[in-house]
Design a protein around this ligand. Structure first.
Ligand SMILES: *Cc1c(COP(=O)(O)O)cnc(C)c1O
Length: 216
């Protein structure tokens, strides 16, 4: 099936209040343009350099989401244009994003990534670190970032109950954090293999790659 057909089929399974991020990492510009022609505007990438090249080459009304792990020394390359950074997993990184956003007089929306999987290969904050950041004065004084939600990746497993439990845990942290920071609106969870479960458990943003563009 074509990218257009895949995209249309997936859209049918996603409620209107859930945002679809088309994860286009490693895919050529021609694939992104096909999705663009089919109406898709939001694209997710996991490498700053690749995303920046695509931002330069492709239509300017595409929105770029950084979904991967970000090294602090790479933030400066995307600060001008990035629409949402999903994978903020340290206070240090948040401060660097603030610093680089200031240079462009921007406020960059960010999601704090929470470690929910039973795998140590996935990045993210734990519950204690999350609430430490949200409660700190330093955080409140960062004027060039806005934390608009949380992001997480479930364990890569066929065990649906486990995946569901991890998404439920993230949703409970999201609700608790929302009580402290009213700007929290986005809960980014769900990929090709588990996005339907994620939506059932309260996701507002799904990041889907291979089901749209084919395997990588
Ligand atoms: C690659 C990636 C996705 C998309 O994965 P698919 O299984 O291809 O849908 C989603 N989120 C993150 C953080 C990714 O790195």
């Amino acid at each position: 099936m074509s990218i257009t057909e895949n995209l249309n089929n997936i859209k049918k399974t996603i409620p209107e209040n859930v945002t679809l991020v088309a994860v286009s990492k490693t895919k050529p510009n021609s694939d992104l343009l096909e999705a663009y022609e089919a109406g898709q505007r939001i694209f997710g990438e996991n490498k700053v350099q690749e995303m920046t090249q695509k931002w330069e080459d492709l239509p300017k009304d595409m929105e770029w989401h950084m979904i991967g792990h970000v090294q602090t020394n790479k933030v400066k390359y995307m600060a001008e244009y990035v629409h949402l950074i999903h994978g903020v997993d340290s206070f240090k990184l948040l401060k660097e994003i603030n610093k680089q956003a200031k240079k462009y007089d921007r406020v960059i929306p960010c999601l704090l990534q929470i470690h929910i999987a039973k795998e140590d290969t996935k990045f993210g904050l734990d519950e204690t670190e999350l609430f430490e950041i949200l409660a700190s004065d330093t955080f409140r004084n960062l004027k060039h970032i806005q934390v608009v939600g949380l992001m997480g990746m479930a364990t890569f497993t066929d065990n649906e109950a486990q995946v569901r439990g991890e998404f439920q845990f993230l949703k409970s942290l999201f609700d608790a954090a929302k009580n402290k920071i009213s700007s929290l609106k986005v809960l980014s969870m769900g990929m090709s293999g588990d996005y339907k479960i994620a939506i059932e458990e309260g996701s507002t943003m799904v990041r889907i790659g291979s089901s749209i563009f084919g395997s990588r």
